[in-house]
Ligand binder design. Structure first.
Ligand code: M6R
Length: 598
């Protein structure tokens, strides 16, 4: 939701390290930002509403903003609008303490009332501001900064990743509960961040903090104590991707780069997992997993992957159902013997974590299907399967959706008691190349240009293409701000047809020549008869071309991989529409990449 960066040991480079980190974290929140540095001149803070560029101009005008330790923050508002005052870091009354926070402090109102009663003044509407005041109260009571910080953290209820600096010290104090925080360790410097890209340019060695951990970063190194207050020695792990993977590599937007990275990402996902000659799919990490039935829980794009995956599992003999994770957490269905599969790119989505935690409390076995090594979901679930897409920075999920679809194909085959689908294995082998063919030959940009003035966009598909239709609509609305709806084509005449006009382009995913395709062609005729322009995403195996205004082609393939290829065309359609409308493609308004609050 928000992004945190901190560093100790960077000397004169402290401010530039923080600003670099913020630029890499902006996808997590981008309505305000700030930094705090501590050095010989005392505690210095600069913060401002707006994107990181606004903070960059502001710090450029400050001669006094120096220090050898520091923390920074980029915000996605939860309590109070994006204003200078509500931007982090927040300070205490005496301006000796500065704190950055990601998460929600649920008992902040009672803490605030208590602190106000004892004379503390508040400058912001945020829940976070209670923390520096609690630390201040501890310092005033004669405690050292670390004790004051630990005592403050002990008073908090809710979720938090916190980093705190105190004037006159060379220490950054850190605490985590239900909100991601990772340390980056190097010989001379230590970093902390909500996510690895923030410091990947400086080190590839990382320590994932656990809930309840408090860490201390000093020029001499770092230490972590667990929830029991005892020193822990967490493993130092090595990140497998490079700093360049978090740059734009010459593309105008991260989203476009990530769409084009899909052939490579899918190759990585498939590597070592498909034995075409032997006719086997092997997910070694899931050897111990036995699934009688499955509940897939997810939100947003990942939910669409879950809908797609549940169909695959059912077709392969495993009764499976997809649930919106936020609904599953509050109204779980009868547990039975279901294995609960959390589908989440980030592995940090609060709604989906709530669902997998609900499942664990009810005694269910859990599996995390995620992109993020070391994420909370990966660590909490009994089993984990990585989709291996590499870092995804654009808020709109693209290559990770394709990665989820691909991994779910592998999972369904891995869990199936039936014979392996050799045609599918061949299609998976060809998938990266087929995605490349779509990328090289797409007409999505021209189609996007034609319909920039559309009042609304409808996306339809049947069977596996239903999930693709839903995902196509989500992509379109989140980055173009145009109204879009995606649904099973059969639903059209049960309501939405009333909205269809010559100004509402309809995008139909029609692949194969089976019943789903034939029936979707019927739906296409219905909208065509109402004057709607129609775009078909098709492999040319039906006669849909006869009834449509534009065709976005995909190569012929297996029905399961056709849903992956069709989606690539829809990603490109949404991307080009948004880019031509001049939208903020990578950081659409009101959204954040990782939604770590419920
Ligand atoms: O990290 P997750 O996959 O759990 O995120 C879930 C949704 O917030 C996410 O898929 C969101 O819908 C996409 N960024 C939209 O493109």
């Amino acid at each position: 939701m928000c992004g945190i960066i901190g560093c100790v040991g960077c000397g004169d480079g402290t401010l530039s390290t923080l600003m670099h980190g913020l630029s890499k974290l902006e996808y997590r929140g981008y309505d305000s930002a700030g930094v705090a540095l501590v050095g010989a001149g005392g505690l210095r803070v600069d913060k401002t509403a707006g994107k990181i560029e606004a903070l960059e101009s502001s710090v450029a005008d400050r001669d006094d903003l120096a220090g050898t330790i520091g923390v920074g923050h980029t915000r996605w508002s939860t309590h109070g609008p994006p204003t200078d005052d509500n931007a982090h870091p927040h300070r205490d009354c005496s301006e000796r303490v500065a704190v950055v926070h990601n998460g929600i402090i649920e008992n902040y109102q009672s803490l605030r009332d208590e602190l106000a009663e004892s004379g503390h003044d508040f400058d912001s509407d945020t829940d976070t501001e209670v923390v520096p005041h609690l630390v201040e109260a501890g310092l005033d009571a004669g405690n050292d900064p670390e004790t004051a910080f630990r005592d403050a953290v002990a008073r908090l209820e809710g979720s938090y990743a916190l980093a705190c600096v105190v004037e006159g010290t060379e220490t950054v104090l850190v605490a985590r509960n239900d909100s991601p925080l990772v340390l980056g360790v190097d010989d001379d410097a230590t970093y902390l961040a909500s996510d690895v890209p923030a410091f990947r340019a400086f080190t590839d060695r990382v320590v994932y903090l656990e809930d309840g951990d408090v860490a201390r970063l000093t020029p001499g190194g770092w230490s972590v104590t667990g929830a029991d207050g005892e020193l822990r020695e967490p493993a130092v792990e090595t990140v497998e991707w490079d700093a360049e993977d978090t740059g734009k590599s010459g593309y105008e937007h991260f989203m476009l780069k990530e769409i084009h990275e899909q052939p490579r990402a899918l190759r990585q996902c498939l590597r070592g997992r498909v034995d075409e000659l032997g006719g086997r799919v092997t997910l070694e990490e899931l050897d111990e997993l036995d699934v009688d039935r499955a509940h897939l829980v997810a939100a947003g794009t990942s939910y669409h992957a879950a809908v797609y995956g549940a169909r695959l599992l059912r077709a392969d003999g495993v009764p499976a159902q997809a649930f919106l994770s936020h609904e599953y957490a509050v109204a779980p269905p009868p547990a039975g013997e279901a294995t609960v599969i959390g589908v989440s790119q980030s592995g940090e989505t609060a709604d989906t974590l709530a669902a997998t935690r609900t499942a664990r409390r009810r005694g269910a076995e859990t599996l995390a299907l995620t992109n993020t090594v070391g994420s909370t979901m990966a660590r909490e679930c009994d089993h984990v399967c990585y989709i291996r897409s590499g870092p995804e920075i654009g808020v709109a999920a693209t290559k990770t959706f394709a990665g989820q679809q691909t991994a779910l194909n592998l999972l369904a085959q891995h869990l199936s008691d039936g014979p392996v689908d050799r045609e599918l294995l061949a299609a998976l082998r060809d998938l990266p190349g087929d995605v490349q063919t779509v990328l090289d030959g797409t007409d999505a940009e021209a189609v996007a240009e034609t319909y920039l003035d559309g009042d609304a966009y409808f996306f339809i598909g049947r069977a596996l293409q239903q999930a693709v239709a839903m995902e196509g609509a989500l992509k379109m609305k989140e980055i173009t701000y145009k109204h879009a709806e995606g649904f099973a084509a059969g639903e059209l005449k049960h309501g939405t047809l009333a909205l269809v006009t010559p100004d509402t382009p309809v995008v139909a995913a029609v692949t194969g020549d089976g019943e789903p395709a034939r029936k979707t062609v019927g739906s296409v005729k219905e909208v065509e008869a109402r004057g709607a322009p129609v775009v078909a995403v098709t492999d040319g195996r039906s006669d849909v071309e006869r009834y449509v205004d534009h065709v976005l082609e995909i190569p012929e393939t297996h029905p399961r991989t056709a849903a992956i290829l069709a989606n690539v065309q829809l990603q490109l359609l949404a991307y080009h529409t948004a880019a031509k409308l001049g939208r903020s493609v990578d950081k659409p308004r009101n959204l954040a990449k990782s939604v770590t609050v419920e």
